[in-house]
Design a protein around this ligand. Structure first.
Ligand code: KG4
Ligand code: ZN
Length: 332
């Protein structure tokens, strides 16, 4: 893992994130204070396809990246000349989408002879916890649950974590999205299920929680169970009972996540628990873990503040050595 920067170097970091369908830019100072965070979501653009279309995402990032960076600078009330470091998501994610952010970051850094910091998107999610005003100091146990990943991490220090468990099939956010799709709700489905579930009975239907060995997760059986239940109920009854279905389905996902967190605490002895990633926005999950630290609601889903925050703990690549830097699609 890369060198840890000393604090107090007084740097203003511009972060750029384009790994999926959010075009985001943010300014974070080296002391961890967030100066601005701008997120332009393409969700509406992809909704008609029921998921992210990579080619459309790349093209839209290309149109949005400059205006989003400009707006982040404006909201922070700083000039580009005051930025001293550029941070960008290198992966994992959609390669075409990542390359747009990477090219923009390289161009901004190169034009001003600044260093560039490549950031791992997953470390970025964890680094939301390091922002002011109440940064969480490692060590802690962290559940990272997003649309692309479900990881249980033992975070030992800033930028250094051990992977205790991962999903064997779908990610938790993906399970929310696929369940929402089966229920005829919009995309992305996590927030829709969250909303609908508030009107339903979580014990109305008994959906299974997969029992896989160790600290891994599995959600594909749950999705199939929902599909069978919907087929059994038929269209009209499914519609009538959609809130109960959403609440019960959501409860099964939460039980799986909370169960693994509790087992992780037992196994590692780590007393403090944190939850980050898009699924950390789920209100029922937040209620189920009152003792855990959650990423701030507005920073659960993808953003660039987390990328700039993570960059505080990664060694920068000096100008101009980063011009050949490539994106990566999946976790190593
Ligand atoms: O972290 P994120 O923005 O993107 C990835 O890195 O994947 O996470 C997006 C995921 C989607 O699957 C979305 O359905 C889910 O987070 N999500 C939620 C909620 N808000 C977003 N899942 C459950 N409840 C929510 N309130
Ligand atoms: Zn993410």
């Amino acid at each position: 893992m890369a060198r840890v920067l000393a604090r107090g170097e007084g740097l203003l970091i511009l972060g750029i994130e384009t790994s999926c369908d959010e075009t985001a830019a943010a300014l974070v100072a080296d002391d961890g204070s967030l100066r601005s965070s701008v997120v332009s979501s393409q969700a509406a653009l992809h909704a008609r396809y029921g998921g992210v279309v990579p080619e459309i995402a790349s093209r839209r990032h290309l149109e949005l990246v400059s205006p989003v960076v400009r707006e982040a600078l404006e909201r922070a009330d700083v000039q580009l000349e005051q930025v001293e470091r550029v941070a960008v998501t290198q992966g994992p994610g959609l390669v075409g989408a990542l390359l747009v952010g990477l090219a923009a970051a390289k161009a901004i850094a190169w034009a001003r002879a600044l260093p560039l910091v490549p950031v791992d998107h997953l470390e970025g999610h964890v680094a939301t916890l390091y922002l002011e005003p109440d940064p969480l100091e490692p060590p802690f146990l962290c559940l990272l649950a997003s649309g692309g990943h479900t990881l249980l991490l033992a975070v030992r220090s800033h930028g250094e974590s051990e992977r205790l468990g991962t999903t064997l099939d779908d990610a938790a956010g993906e399970a929310f999205d696929k369940g929402a799709r089966l229920l005829g709700l919009g995309y992305p489905g996590g927030a829709e299920i969250d909303r609908l579930a508030k009107e339903g009975d979580p014990d109305a239907f008994g959906f299974p929680v997969a029992s896989v060995p160790g600290l891994d997760f599995s959600f594909s059986g749950l999705k199939t169970a929902l599909l069978y239940k919907i087929q059994e109920l038929g269209e009209a009854e499914t519609k009538r009972r959609s809130a109960d279905l959403a609440a019960s389905y959501q409860q099964a996902i939460i039980r799986a996540l909370v169960g693994r967190i509790r087992a992780g605490v037992e196994q590692t002895g780590l007393g403090r628990v944190a939850v980050v990633g898009g699924v950390a926005a789920n209100s029922a999950l937040r209620n189920s873990l009152p003792e855990a630290r959650f990423a701030p609601l507005e920073l659960c889903t993808d953003n660039a503040a987390m990328i700039a925050s993570a960059a505080r703990f990664v060694a920068p690549i000096p100008y101009p050595d980063y011009l050949g830097l490539d994106a990566y699609a999946s976790i190593s």
